[in-house]
Design a protein around this ligand. Structure first.
Ligand SMILES: C[S@@+](CC[C@H](N)C(=O)[O-])C[C@H]1O[C@@H](n2cnc3c(N)ncnc32)[C@H](O)[C@@H]1O
Length: 268
């Protein structure tokens, strides 16, 4: 199966460095499309902190508040189950790197009643400023597109990131893995998602050949770290990236996502 007409158009616009411009009009379309249902959501959930529509669009590609909230709950549940199974009945310090508007972090709690200290960081300072205003029980910090996160070594028991490596350049992949390694305590647990095999179908013929030959495939010509800058990871790429860790495992995708979930442990 080849690319859809819309995907082909995006490939052309990217080549012409026009993708971000076109994307803004797509955002306006999405804003209008979800206007009525979002109004209903706001009326039904008056106490839920809701980020500006553009911030939601930038992390999920539409403005649907029902989807935003439900996906956050689902991912938080699945991450919580993975962490609790790995580190049962423990007080943990946990970092959501690339937390955006706390879609996941706001729902995260242990499945066995353990006490977790939650931290979030992101390079989008607007998202972090919004989070700091709305979630006083969580620590938030801004980082640059490149490391470091201004926190001391061996600070976290667990670091997770959902759909962050999926928007980084090759150079930043290695730099950020090294930074995550630095921030984890010895024996610390890491969870990350990647654009794996399930995304191969969205690649052009040439990209598929590179993906199959074990290359990291990058779609650039737009702002790194943002939604339209995308990276695709075959298993070989992820294994190489996580080679400094032990107990590297590939799990199934989270419910309602196609991204491959991987876990690893920082060696003692
Ligand atoms: C697709 S969104 C996912 C947001 C969040 N993890 C979630 O699942 O709701 C990608 C996020 O990664 C952030 N990001 C991209 N590059 C980053 C970097 N170098 N450091 C920290 N955050 C980054 C973006 O600002 C954005 O919030």
């Amino acid at each position: 199966m080849g690319l859809t007409p819309l995907q082909k158009l995006a490939v052309t616009l990217r080549k012409m460095y026009l993708l971000d411009c076109a994307d803004y009009f797509w955002f306006l379309r999405m804003y209008c499309l979800h206007y009525r249902s979002n109004k209903k959501f706001r009326n039904e959930h008056k106490t839920i902190p809701i980020p500006p529509a553009k911030i939601i669009y930038d992390i999920q590609g539409d403005c649907d508040l029902y989807g935003f909230y439900a996906a956050g709950q689902i991912y938080a549940n699945e991450i919580s189950n993975i962490i609790t199974a790995e580190r049962p009945k423990q007080t943990l310090k946990i970092l959501d790197w690339g937390c955006g508007p706390a879609r996941i972090l706001r729902h995260l709690k242990s499945s066995d009643g353990s006490s977790w200290e939650l931290w979030g960081s992101d390079y989008n300072s607007q998202s972090i400023a919004w989070c700091q205003k709305h979630f006083s029980n969580i620590h938030f910090i801004v980082n640059g597109l490149s490391p470091p996160i201004p926190i001391e070594d061996s600070c976290f028991d667990v670091i997770y990131c959902n759909s962050v490596f999926t928007h980084l350049s090759a150079a930043h992949h290695q730099q950020w893995i090294d930074e995550i390694f630095r921030l984890l305590k010895p024996g610390g647990f890491f969870i990350s998602t990647f654009h794996g095999e399930a995304y191969r179908i969205e690649l052009t013929g040439d990209e598929q050949r590179r993906f199959d030959s074990g290359e990291l495939v990058i779609r650039d010509k737009t702002c790194e770290g943002k939604k339209n800058y995308t990276a695709y990871h075959c298993d070989r790429v992820v294994h190489a990236l996580l080679s400094s860790f032990s107990l590297v495992k590939k799990l199934g995708a989270f419910n309602s996502s196609r991204q491959a979930v991987w876990t690893a442990v920082k060696k003692y």
